[in-house]
Design a protein around this ligand. Structure first.
Ligand SMILES: [Zn+2]
Length: 368
């Protein structure tokens, strides 16, 4: 009896020891395994960490990567480009403040191998300067291999957040030209754009062609001002005085008006034609082919377009591999929107009811 009890006790102890050893050996791996996307991102980053350029602890990367992966996105992790060569970080800005800003962004970046921002330029928009060699050839501020990323027609669900994620993964910045109406539909998405540190201008109220023969000067002015006021209403802060004409149709009267309002006009150096691309690969090919030929430029894309959102991780990887550097454009001062348009828009947005009674006076729970 006593020996039988001994055998039972020994068996119980053995089982406990086996379970304890198993738990101690495998349990921590189960914690690290987690989602596939996290593992994939870590695998890509190993060479950077091994090259001793990064002093960041692995735990930091896991934590940050996990946070990014948890955000909703339509872009598959497998489409994130895995560049092997990182261009040397050149913070060759003439302005000390800009260099400091770029350094600050680099310090805040969780991706040691990111494309990043090489230079931040501040634009004095007095008199309405024009940018983009397709139409304006006076201000040649980009050096060879420098690009400016610009996105039109947002904000839009899924596509704009996917563009933001791709830019965040590469710690880089862009200029957005939202449509006023879209800003009123999805103000929370536009606020995400601004919160991520991107520059936000405007792209008219309704995407009307301001160079159309049917367009009066007053209507063109309304499109411009209402567009900016809508962006301001969505952001809760004044946008940058940066404007892009729909379809790059520069009406002379509207150009003169923008100049009088000290609003910079953006054309582009390089049109991605992403709105008519059949897939993401075509956008990447179009941009890289033109860029390799021209050597630099302001790139026109649309965060409104699904294929653009899908193409961006690969495109940013190709830019990095090709030794291109991203320049961020910022305005020296925000736009002073016109009060009549701010107020008119708020009035338009209100539902057709004039009741100002308190909720408890209108709705009473009478049965529960
Ligand atoms: Zn547009």
């Amino acid at each position: 009896m006593r020996s039988a009890l001994g055998v039972m006790l020994a068996s119980a102890v053995s089982v406990f020891v086996i379970v304890a050893v198993w738990f101690w050996t495998y349990s921590p791996r189960a914690v690290l395994a987690a989602p596939d996307s996290v593992s994939a991102r870590l695998a890509e980053r190993l060479p950077a960490a091994a090259s001793a350029k990064s002093t960041r602890a692995l735990a930091d990367e896991v934590e940050v990567t996990g946070t990014i992966a948890a955000r909703p996105s339509t872009v598959a992790p497998s489409t994130v480009a895995s560049s092997t060569v990182r261009p040397s970080a050149a913070l060759a800005s003439p302005a000390l403040a800009a260099a400091a800003a770029a350094l600050q962004m680099k310090a805040a970046c969780a991706n040691a191998d990111a494309l990043g921002v090489s230079r931040v330029v501040e634009i004095d928009t007095t008199g309405g300067p024009g940018f983009g060699f397709e139409h304006f050839k006076q201000l040649d501020f980009l050096a060879d291999k420098e690009v400016v990323l610009t996105f039109d027609d947002g904000p839009w669900p899924s596509n704009t957040p996917a563009v933001l994620k791709a830019l965040a993964d590469e710690c880089t910045k862009a200029v957005f030209f939202p449509i006023g109406k879209h800003a009123t539909y999805h103000p929370e998405i536009l606020r995400q754009v601004a919160a991520a540190g991107h520059t936000v201008g405007a792209h008219t109220w309704s995407h009307a062609n301001l160079n159309s023969k049917k367009m009066t000067e007053q209507q063109a002015k309304d499109e411009v001002e209402k567009g900016f006021s809508a962006v301001k209403l969505a952001l809760g802060a004044a946008p940058s005085p940066f404007f892009r004409f729909p379809q790059l149709q520069h009406g002379p009267a509207a150009m003169a008006y923008l100049g009088s309002r000290n609003i910079a006009v953006f054309s582009c150096d390089l049109d991605s034609f992403d709105f008519r691309a059949k897939d993401a690969a075509q956008i990447v090919n179009t941009v890289m082919t033109k860029l390799d030929k021209q050597g630099k430029g302001i790139i026109l894309m649309h965060d409104f377009q699904k294929h653009t959102a899908e193409a961006l991780p690969t495109l940013l990887g190709r830019l990095k591999a090709g030794g291109y550097k991203v320049v961020q454009m910022r305005a020296k001062a925000p736009l002073q929107t016109l009060a009549e348009y701010d107020e008119g828009l708020v009035k338009d947005m209100k539902l057709p009811t004039v009741s100002t009674r308190a909720l408890s006076n209108v709705v009473q729970t009478v049965a529960q």
